[in-house]
Every structure is written in structure tokens, then in C-alpha cells.
Design a protein around this ligand. Structure first.
Ligand code: FMN
Length: 181
């Protein structure tokens, strides 16, 4: 039996720490409604216009996406509950820059991408932000050739559907007949 549920249930979702430069200072904010599209060449974000992050994103036309590991849960909680208007969230992390000079990235996050805004969709009171991925970075110890060891990266996801929780990635699943390594 199925029960009808009011609302979207595409769950779990990635946890993105979106970095912007606002008034010259790095700011980081949790965006749970984030997705790669165009087969990964672009990233889509759903962002409320009132976010401090939105200010920096419009100022520079750039942002970063940083994927945190479970050991950053305390910092993630701050980035998802306190606005850069009240708190200097740049102090939580070590910031680094790649090619895009106005897209601050978080050294402590195992995976990072720097993006340039290509489209903004007005869905008042929020906006759909489309960013082209300029370059991606991963912690060197996770990379073997062109493979990033995601299991060792310590990643986690979050859920919607009223559950609103973080869950660590579990074991790697192998289908019957497939090779296990
Ligand atoms: C799990 C989680 C997911 C969130 N997803 C979004 C989101 O998709 N879009 C958004 O605008 N805010 C989202 N937020 C809220 C912002 O992270 C939060 O309001 C933050 O304090 C904004 O920071 P800023 O004002 O410095 O930009 C989310 C928060 C949490 C904890």
C-alpha cells in the first residue's frame, strides 16, 4: 500500500557548502537543494534571495561548492543556521582559491568546485542558480588516477520528507555477479 505524501521526496540530497565572497570576505552557507546537471558540467542551486550568500553571488557572478566530511558537522551546523550578516563564517575554515578569484573554497572539505554563474531563474522568493563548473579539486590522498575514493572521503547526505537529518554514507553495495574489490 502507498500513502500519498504532500511534497517532494527526492531524497537523500547532497550537502553543499556554498562559498561566496561578500563585501570582500569569504562566506559559507549550507545549500541542501543542490544538484549537478548537464551531466555534471553545471551545478544547480536553489537559493533564497534573502541569503547573505545571494548578495555575494550577484556581486561577483561566481561561487564555490564544497562537499564536507562528517568531521565538519559542527561547522556545517553553523553554516546552515547563522547568517554571514551576523557571524564571520570565514573564521571556521581555511580558505583557498583556484582559477576563479572570487570563489573562495574550503581547504578542510575533501571535494571542491569553483563555478561561474551562467543563468539565474527567478522563482520568488528564491532563485535557481546555474553555475558552470570551471574546475574541481579533491584531497590528493583520495585520488588514484582518475578515480576519487568517495568511501574514504567520509561524506554524508541529508534527507527531506520531514525527516531532515544527516546520514553518513554506508557500505559500498555490490550486486550479485558483480566483482567485489
Ligand atoms: C540541511 C540544510 C539545507 C539548507 N538548504 C538551503 C537551500 O537549499 N537554500 C537556501 O537558500 N538555504 C538553505 N539552508 C539555509 C541556509 O544554509 C541558512 O539560512 C544560512 O544561515 C544562510 O547563510 P547566509 O545568510 O550567510 O547565506 C539550508 C540549511 C540547512 C541546515
Amino acid at each position: 500500500m502507498k500513502q500519498e505524501y504532500e511534497g517532494n521526496l527526492l531524497s537523500p540530497l547532497p550537502v553543499a557548502l556554498v562559498g561566496t565572497l561578500v563585501a570582500g570576505r569569504p562566506n559559507y552557507c549550507v545549500v541542501g537543494y543542490a544538484a549537478p546537471f548537464d551531466f555534471g558540467r553545471h551545478i544547480f542551486l536553489s537559493l533564497y534571495k534573502k541569503r547573505y550568500t545571494s548578495q555575494g553571488l550577484h556581486e561577483n557572478g561566481t561561487f564555490s561548492v564544497n562537499v564536507p566530511s562528517v568531521d565538519l558537522l559542527r561547522e556545517v551546523n553553523i553554516c546552515g543556521s547563522k547568517s554571514g550578516r551576523e557571524v564571520d563564517k570565514s573564521a571556521l575554515f581555511e580558505t583557498f582559491y583556484g582559477e576563479v578569484e572570487t570563489a573562495p573554497m574550503i581547504r578542510e572539505c575533501p571535494l571542491n568546485m569553483e563555478c561561474r554563474v551562467t543563468d539565474i531563474l527567478d522563482y520568488d522568493p528564491n532563485e535557481g542558480i546555474v553555475g558552470r563548473v570551471v574546475k574541481s579539486y579533491a584531497d590528493a590522498e583520495l585520488v588514484n588516477g582518475d578515480v576519487v575514493d568517495m568511501q574514504r572521503a567520509g561524506l554524508f547526505v541529508w534527507t527531506i520528507g520531514g525527516d531532515f537529518s544527516y546520514y553518513a554514507l554506508g557500505e559500498r553495495l555490490v550486486a550479485e555477479g558483480e566483482e567485489k574489490d
